[in-house]
Design a binder for this molecule. Structure first.
Ligand code: GDP
Length: 293
């Protein structure tokens, strides 16, 4: 997904390689190339601006100008800024309640239902006993979809009252205690656009459930819009992190680079296929490595 960005950044770095001495102008040219590469990869423009300010400030110092290998110094500066933007380590789930509660939120089509099932699969691999809860009452097909997915992966799905998500959630928690499920994953309703009714319902569910994690599922293909909706959800709901999906497609990946910077919350998982095992823990340092080649 970052091949293009990697390629473009490589070109920026080559502007400084093999030169005996470099000037401020050489660096400015390389910085400009880095900026264009990031914008083209769909990174939010405000994030790019801050990134570039950081890189410019550090690379115009004596260290780079007088270095024997200015290109290597420059790559290091870009790498440090990338890690600064992405966060250094992965951010594991914090599941302390008994049963633990994970609330999945996001816009319709982002991959929320599929991701709920994928997350259940991943947690089962870690020895947990998850219960999936179908609380998306506005898209009846979503309930059936989750039931189907549950059958496929052999994980129980609680459906309950198909009209009232708050009732569903209450009953589901009792069911989890009865069945000794140690983690409950709630697939909540999404809409095509953010609206007040959806947000107040999600807030109501969150107040009732007191989730250990509220994860927003974001579709990487939606580029800048993804960043705007992430911001709005985070302001309304105090998210604990993000899952960025569809990174196996044509997405340029910029969403991953923008989200933490814009919201202050980490990307915890990435979706890399439609299949039940297509969810991976997100490791920022590995992504930085991949981008820099
Ligand atoms: P929801 O409306 O947010 O619950 O979205 P769904 O879970 O129904 O997903 C919408 C579509 O995106 C479905 O066709 C999923 O199979 C697909 N999808 C979800 N995650 C991924 C992913 O990581 N990669 C790919 N290629 N497709 C995905």
């Amino acid at each position: 997904m970052f091949e293009n960005l990697q390629d473009k950044l490589g070109r920026a770095f080559r502007l400084l390689s093999g030169k005996g001495r470099i000037s401020e102008k050489n660096i400015e040219e390389a910085v400009k190339q880095v900026k264009l590469s990031l914008l083209e990869a769909d990174v939010n423009y405000k994030v790019v601006k801050e990134f570039i300010n950081g890189v410019t400030e550090k690379s115009l110092g004596e260290e780079v100008l007088k270095s024997f290998s200015p290109d290597q110094q420059f790559i290091k500066i870009v790498r440090d800024e990338l890690i600064n933007m992405l966060g250094e380590r992965s951010s594991p789930l914090r599941l302390s309640s008994q049963p633990a509660r994970i609330m999945m939120v996001g816009l319709q089509g982002s991959g929320k239902t599929t991701t709920s099932a994928k997350l259940a699969t991943l947690l089962r691999k870690e020895g947990k006993k998850p219960l999936l809860v179908a609380a998306d009452v506005y898209r009846p097909a979503a309930i059936d979809q989750l039931v189907q997915l549950g059958k496929q992966i052999d994980i129980p799905v609680f459906t309950g009252d198909r009209r009232n998500p708050v009732v569903i959630v209450k009953e589901a928690m009792q069911q989890a205690i009865k069945n000794i499920n140690d983690v409950v994953i709630l697939d909540t309703a999404g809409r095509l656009h953010i609206d007040d009714t959806m947000m107040s319902e999600l807030k109501e569910i969150a107040a009732l459930v007191k989730p250990d994690e509220i994860l927003m599922v974001v579709d990487a293909m939606t580029g800048q819009d993804a960043v705007n909706s992430a911001k709005a959800f985070n302001e309304a709901l105090e998210l604990s992190g993000f899952v960025v999906t569809k990174l196996d497609g044509d997405a340029r990946g910029g969403v991953i680079l923008s989200i933490r910077h814009v919201t202050g919350k980490p990307v915890k998982f990435i979706g890399v296929s439609e299949k039940p095992d297509g969810l991976e823990v997100f490791y920022p340092d590995r992504v930085a490595g991949r981008i820099l080649g």
